[in-house]
Design a protein around this ligand. Structure first.
Ligand SMILES: [Fe+2]
Ligand SMILES: [Fe+2]
Length: 225
């Protein structure tokens, strides 16, 4: 499976901006849309990705830096399915419903073969992550990256790669090293934080995971395990 990063705080030959979006290339599934529809449009055009080809959009959580690009995706493919959380605002739900088939998620659910949403997680900010075979993609990981992987492992046997926003900006070095140890104990072979993860976390994951690769808008990642 190939994962193409369309939107991130870092970029090469594309626009960088605060937010996250990733295309599951072989499946035409888009996970999150970044914070700005114009920037998403610019990056997708540069990468030659036609929004008409997106069949499924999954939104991790209702923060501006993940939902801002939705207007560029809506109304392009008449068959578009959009997976959001049941707890999202009525305003966003009705905007999506006008242009696409809206699916409200609370429990884990298979989107298509081998692709499963974790369902709504977290005691605070509700969020879903996406399991693609043995890879997990996170938006901001507000429920906690370890909690997300634990949940994913209830749903599939093995998780070898996880990437996305890990939301570790307020964590100390010791706390981050503890999280890395827990992820390794859960069988994760490579974990790549980007977007809102914080520079300290990004540096520590880079040091602790041999297969670490830098993530930026324009990057193509493959699960090599
Ligand atoms: Fe975020
Ligand atoms: Fe967030």
């Amino acid at each position: 499976m190939r994962f193409k990063i369309l939107y991130d705080n870092e970029a090469k030959d594309l626009k960088a901006a605060w937010g996250f979006s990733c295309l599951i290339e072989d499946k035409n599934i888009l996970f999150d849309t970044g914070g700005d529809a114009k920037i998403l449009e610019h990056n997708m055009k540069r990468l030659n990705i036609d929004p008409k080809k997106i069949d499924t959009l999954v939104i991790s959580h209702e923060h501006w830096d993940h939902i801002g690009g939705i207007p560029y995706i809506l109304g392009k493919n008449p068959g578009l399915r959009v997976y959001i959380l049941e707890s999202f605002s009525d305003a966003l739900k009705s905007k999506i419903r006008e242009n696409a088939k809206l699916i409200e998620v609370s429990e884990p659910e298979e989107i298509e073969e081998g692709i499963i949403t974790t369902g709504e997680l977290g005691p605070g900010i509700k969020e879903q992550s996406l399991i693609v075979e043995d890879t997990v993609i996170t938006g901001c990981a507000h429920p906690g990256i370890v909690e997300i992987i634990k949940k994913a492992k209830e749903l599939v046997d093995e998780i070898s790669l996880v990437f996305g926003g890990f939301h570790l900006k307020e964590k100390s070095e010791d706390e981050i090293l503890g999280i890395i140890a827990e992820l390794k104990k859960l069988g994760v072979k490579n974990a790549i934080p980007c977007h809102c993860s914080g520079d300290l976390a990004i540096g520590l994951f880079k040091r602790e995971f041999e297969g670490y690769q830098e993530i930026y808008a324009g990057k193509v990642l493959e699960n090599e395990f």
